[in-house]
Design a binder for this molecule. Structure first.
Ligand SMILES: Cc1cc2nc3c(=O)[nH]c(=O)nc-3n(C[C@H](O)[C@H](O)[C@H](O)COP(=O)(O)OP(=O)(O)OC[C@H]3O[C@@H](n4cnc5c(N)ncnc54)[C@H](O)[C@@H]3O)c2cc1C
Length: 388
């Protein structure tokens, strides 16, 4: 293959890279999207049928991003004619003071929500067995995003807008410069004025070759499906919402979605997993996540069978403070990294794509990226956190 020159090369075709590429192509940038595996694949973070979406967040800046994010998801549905969002609401559960910041964010942005006292949670959602000091917030705009469908749709829109998508092309080298060049494992070279690295769990494998190892770790997440004791009880038709239980088990969150993906089975997962190398994730054979989840289901979800019926795997990329990383690489002004999306980045895809494309086109860093800069880690050695 000859060395073609683009305006932008996006490396990594998960939801973040695909969304960046789509926004750039739509705005007239000659854009190449490269993916290491044949598409679709299940080896990163964006695969699977469903994800939770919501505006409810403890950090106001994510609520702010999702206010526009919702409009962009709607635009994607409109442009493609594909239904991606199902509005069943998202219920946030947690100890009494811990949800105050979530409520404050929704209030500030005028997003419809309801605060539920402990007795209201118990009477409206008797399906959950909650402790005495628990409260809830119902985010009316929450719901399900059809994840695989969404990734595929965004990639199709990218191509319809003139973008070039090449899969089975692993980028093995980046040669920085005003015009940077990427080389792939197939011996191809491509050049562009700007490079975006949206590599999910594989980020440090490439950025470290550019002298930048980011403070992130990769966790293997077990995606469990639990069989309903009473068929239909956890369906959207029965008003079962998406939910996040903030301090479900020993301070670690648990989240779940209505039985939709596999009728009769409810997806409920622990927001944590063993640290792995993304290339060798299945070598990990630890059982603590399954054991902890079985205990949680028994105690808090009495209408589900306490043994998971199905188990899939997905990867989190978690930065040291749990926030995402959206920034230029320290020594390369035209190489942007979008990483660290942990267990909540899917819904952010379109707004991340929009803001990163703004950054490329205007050469100005969006104001909100101050929360996501690389230099925030300088001198800090706090423990890893995983925000949700
Ligand atoms: C179990 C689970 C549940 C989740 N639930 C939710 C939820 O309910 N709501 C929500 O909003 N988010 C959720 N998330 C988080 C969300 O799915 C991720 O944050 C998001 O998918 C991250 O996307 P990404 O594009 O950064 O990474 P990825 O999807 O991993 O994409 C990165 C891509 O880059 C490619 N790549 C890497 N290196 C190279 C290279 N050298 N050359 C070419 N290509 C390369 C990879 O193959 C991969 O396809 C969940 C995640 C998991 C694992």
């Amino acid at each position: 293959m000859s060395n073609t020159v683009y305006d932008v090369i996006v490396v990594g075709a998960g939801i973040e890279g695909s969304s960046c590429a789509y926004q750039l192509a739509k705005r007239g940038q000659r854009t190449l999207l490269l993916e290491q595996y044949p598409l679709p694949h299940t080896l990163g973070s964006s695969h699977g049928a469903t994800r939770i979406t919501r505006k409810a967040y403890p950090e106001d800046y994510y609520t702010e991003m999702m206010m526009e994010g919702y409009k962009l998801w709607k635009e994607i549905e409109k442009e493609s004619g594909v239904k991606i969002f199902h509005n069943c609401g998202t219920l946030y559960l947690g100890h009494i003071p811990s949800l105050d910041c979530v409520e404050a964010g929704l209030k500030k942005h005028g997003s419809p929500h309801r605060v539920l006292s402990n007795s209201a949670v118990r009477s409206e959602y008797p399906i959950f067995s909650v402790p005495d000091d628990y409260t809830g917030i119902f985010d009316h705009d929450g719901g399900i995003l059809m994840a695989d469908k969404a990734v595929n749709t965004v990639q199709s829109l990218f191509k319809q807008n003139g973008g070039t998508l090449l899969d089975a092309q692993k980028v093995v080298e980046i040669i920085p410069g005003t015009t940077a060049t990427v080389r792939t494992d197939k011996g191809a070279s491509f050049s562009a004025s700007n490079i975006i690295l949206a590599l999910g769990p594989f980020t440090n494998k490439l950025t470290s070759k550019l002298g930048c190892t980011l403070p992130m770790r990769v966790e293997k997440i077990s995606v469990f499906y639990w069989k309903e004791k009473v068929p239909g009880m956890h369906s959207m038709e029965s008003n079962f919402p998406c939910f996040i239980d903030r301090t479900a088990t020993a301070g670690i969150s648990v989240y779940g979605l209505p039985a939709y993906e596999y009728p009769g089975y409810v997806k409920v997962c622990l927001h944590k997993g063993p640290i792995v190398d993304p290339e060798e994730r299945d070598l990990d054979k630890s059982t603590w996540v399954r054991e902890r989840m079985m205990k949680y289901i028994k105690e808090r979800q009495p209408w589900l069978h306490p043994e998971p019926s199905k188990e899939l795997t997905c990867l989190y990329t978690v930065s040291r403070d749990g926030d995402v990383i959206l920034d230029k690489l320290p020594t390369y002004d035209n190489i942007i990294v979008a990483a660290g999306f942990s267990g909540h980045g899917f819904k952010l895809g379109p707004i991340v794509g929009k803001l990163v494309s703004d950054m490329v086109i205007t050469n100005k860093t969006p104001e909100i990226f101050k929360h996501f800069s690389i230099d925030r880690f300088a001198g800090s050695s706090e423990d890893f956190q995983s925000k949700l």
